[in-house]
Ligand binder design. Sequence first.
Ligand SMILES: [Ca+2]
Length: 389
Amino acid sequence: MSILDLIVILLIWIPLIFLMVGRHFISNYWNCASRQIAASSFKKRVSIFALILVLGVPAIQNYSIIKQIGPRLFDPGEANRAVSILSYRDEVFLEVINYYQSYMPVDSGTTMGFGLGPLLHFTEMQFIELAAPPNVVDKLDLLNQSNISMAIDGLLNSDVKYFLFPKSSAGFRFNIFEVLSSNTNLFYLILNSTFLVEGLSGKNYSFIKAKDFTLFGLYALVETPRITEEIKIIDENSTEFWELVQDGEGEIETHISEDFDNVESGESSLAIETDHGTYSRWFLQHSFEELGDWKQFTYFGLFFHGSRTAAEVAVIIDTPDVYNRGEWRFVDSFSGWKLIMFPLESPPIVRGNFSISEVRKIYIVLRSPNVKGLWNVDNVFLGKIVNNP
Ligand SMILES: [Ca+2]
């Protein structure tokens, strides 16, 4: 993404300008229209130019702001001083406003976002509007911090805990947001984080997607608890542990193998590779001979080597059968190894009764059909949070 993207977005307006301004201008000129029509055409021209100014100038302004953000100190006290330039209709915000009013304690931290509009007026929480005048946004040196560790340190030391960004379904607003934020590593990191993924080694933080709205995604910055007392479920000889199951009619066939080259822990990892075939899906399963009581553990963790296929992956635990299970999902939006931890206490998707003292079977499921790729899984474990760090 570059200034070229911005120019393209602005160029989209040219045919419209020509159609609405040029056509009337030319027809008025050649047809010697009456003064009345000319006056009305003049009004149209003025309003079109006003519209272009309203939409185009802030876009350029904000682009240059984010481009030029300097090494200034971040001041969360500036929150709430700006009102969104890009306005949404209020009903688009209704679900967001309701969620904030119902579930977010007023003191739970500042939300940094883009095009927040009515939210600024209907909730008591603190906001930083990124599509805001320069006097506010130019304080956010965090945004353009090329050293992502320093950016995260800055965030962890600030009051900013939430990020509310337009989704691709937000159309034009998303396109502008994408251009404006294209050179901030921070936004890329947030948008591509998955469920409780440790983003950088040695940093105890995660960005999790806290809530999925129609036009917005709400991301939360949480400090990842330190895990101890690991009990390994499977680290080596994974092909003997996992049973590969394929189903659905499609175009892929999947193979699993012991991988001694791409390893996160110990001597080997499990490689999962798809080739041309006749199935659409695969999943891995393992049944424990005896019911497991995992009450004493707080996290189910594993290392996953992503391939950026955008496929959705699920981890499912049957307690003890398919009618009583918990499920966690994440997206293969990253390359390389990542530690992914699932809090056993609270699976986001539950069927029947999820009872952590009756674990019978675990699964790793590729939910997206017909995805070709190569993934690795290593060191599946149970962990506890350190009580006294
Ligand atoms: Ca291993």
